[in-house]
Design a protein around this ligand. Structure first.
Ligand code: SAM
Length: 218
């Protein structure tokens, strides 16, 4: 997916993935990771998710990364927050207290920009990317992030032959392939996501599984 694809979606208001509430899998499964309060949590491809606020409310420092300036502006306006905006090595950094969002391409992130990160929350980031970019995304973050960083990963799994992404299908086997060599993968839960995904049903899907993983460095 080229950046213009996502910028266009935000421009046209085609943001069907956005939830008007905190993701229930985050509030259910995050506590089990036992990430110490005060840790900086990276939220790649964050859109304008309310999950950023939930994490901040739990006492974490939060670092979102998002391509679309419209999304970031909407996040702060919708939540009545006024960020300070500074330049950070070519990316724009928006900040309110301990909540920051870097505006730019996740692939342009440098190790210095994520040097303080101690955990990752990925919902609809990996599955937003087509196969070649997923590989690049996993390799990039693995190389960039400090050692010992746990992740909560939420994916969708369906028959990719029936419809094209995004969201793309990511199977258990692919999660194993992307992270298995360097990480311990724990499948925490799987849910039938079809009832709450009318758009995917309309596109012809008859099975759609949402999966939640905990991924720890081996
Ligand atoms: C499917 S949405 C998910 C947003 C958010 N994680 C959520 O749960 O609402 C994917 C987001 O990733 C952003 N995005 C796509 N490619 C990106 C990239 N290379 N770097 C940074 N953000 C990107 C898009 O603009 C979009 O907001």
């Amino acid at each position: 997916m080229e950046p213009d694809y996502w910028l266009g979606r935000w421009h046209r208001g085609e943001t069907g993935w956005h939830l008007d509430a905190v993701n229930r899998h985050l509030s259910t499964f995050w506590p089990g990771l036992e990430v110490p309060v005060g840790t900086q949590v990276l939220v790649p491809l964050c859109g304008k998710t309310l999950d950023l606020l939930w994490l901040a409310g739990q006492g974490y420092r939060v670092l979102g990364v998002e391509l679309s300036r419209l999304a970031i502006d909407a996040f702060f306006v919708d939540n009545g927050l006024t960020p300070t905006v500074t330049d950070d090595a070519g990316l724009r950094r928006y900040r309110v207290d301990e909540l920051e969002i870097l505006c730019g391409d996740v692939f342009a992130l440098s190790a210095a920009q994520v040097a303080g990160v101690g955990a990752v929350y990925d919902r609809a980031a990996l599955i937003a990317l087509p196969p070649a970019l997923r590989e690049r995304y996993a390799t990039h973050l693995n190389a960039l992030l400090p050692a010992g960083v746990p992740r909560l990963l939420i994916t969708l799994d369906y028959d990719q032959a029936m419809i094209s992404g995004p969201p793309f299908s990511v199977s258990n086997a692919e999660v194993e392939r992307l992270f298995g060599e360097t990480h311990r993968i724990t499948a925490l839960a799987a849910f039938d996501a079809l009832p709450e995904s009318p758009g995917m049903r309309q596109r012809g899907l008859t099975e759609l599984t949402e999966r939640v993983y905990r991924i720890d460095p081996a």
